[in-house]
Design a binder for this molecule. Structure first.
Ligand code: ADP
Length: 185
C-alpha cells in the first residue's frame, strides 16, 4: 500500500483511518455524580479499552445545556432536562467509539436498557439516566471539538479545528496508551 501523501488528495488507507477514529463525549450526569457512580462509569469505558483524552468536572451553565440539547427544545420534558444537567463530563477516543459507547450506555429509558449496560444496571428512570453519550460522529465532534486523531497529516489539519461545546482548545490530551498494541493488531 502506498503511504505517500499528496497535497489535497486523500489516499484510501488514510481515509479509512480518518473515518474509523472518532471522539465521543460522555457526560456523567448530576445523578451519576451525586450517587458516586463516576468511577464505575469511567471504569467501564477503561475496561472496554477506550482512551481517555479529556476529563473535567464542572457546573454546567444553563446556556451550554440549552445549546447541547437544542434538538429537544420542542419536547415537554425540555425544561426539566435543562434543570437536571449540571455534571462532570468526560471524553473518550477509540475505534468506532460512538456506536460502541451507545451500546455500553444502553437505551434512553433505563427500564428498557439491557442488563449489563450502564443504564440497565444503574438506573430506573429516563429523567435520571445517569449518563450521556454522543449519538453520532458528527455530534461527537460538535461536543468534543475533534473528529479524529491523526494530527501529523498537515493537509487534514483544518478538520481538527477546536470549536467544541464542552472542551476548549488545549483541554484534550494526545497520548498513546501502553496497552494499545494489546487491544488492536
Ligand atoms: P439519549 O440520552 O439516550 O441520547 P435523547 O437524546 O432522546 O436520549 O434524550 C436526551 C435526554 O433527555 C435523555 O438522556 C433523558 O435524560 C432526557 N429525556 C429523554 N426523554 C425523556 C422523557 N420522556 N422524560 C424525561 N426525560 C427525558
Amino acid at each position: 500500500r502506498a503511504n505517500k501523501s499528496t497535497h489535497g488528495i486523500f489516499l484510501p488507507h488514510l481515509v479509512a483511518s480518518l473515518v474509523q477514529v472518532e471522539q465521543t463525549y460522555i457526560m456523567v450526569k448530576p445523578d451519576g455524580v451525586q450517587r458516586g457512580l463516576v468511577g464505575e462509569i469511567i471504569s467501564r469505558f477503561e475496561r472496554k479499552g477506550f482512551k481517555l483524552t479529556g476529563l473535567k468536572l464542572f457546573q454546567c451553565p444553563k446556556e451550554l445545556a440549552e445549546e447541547h440539547y437544542k434538538d429537544l427544545k420542542s419536547k415537554s420534558f425540555y425544561p426539566t432536562l435543562i434543570d437536571y444537567i449540571t455534571s462532570g463530563p468526560v471524553v473518550w477516543e477509540g475505534v468506532g467509539v460512538v456506536a460502541s459507547a451507545r451500546k455500553l450506555i444502553g437505551s434512553t429509558n433505563p427500564l428498557q436498557a439491557e442488563p449489563g449496560t450502564i443504564r440497565g444496571d444503574l438506573a430506573v428512570q429516563t429523567g435520571r439516566n445517569v449518563v450521556h453519550g454522543s449519538d453520532s460522529p458528527e455530534n461527537g465532534k460538535r461536543e468534543t471539538g475533534r473528529s479524529g486523531s491523526i494530527p501529523d497529516i498537515v493537509f487534514l489539519k483544518h478538520c481538527f479545528s477546536c470549536s467544541a461545546l464542552w472542551f476548549k482548545e488545549g483541554e484534550l490530551c494526545e497520548w498513546t496508551p501502553a496497552q494499545a498494541p494489546w487491544l488492536m493488531e
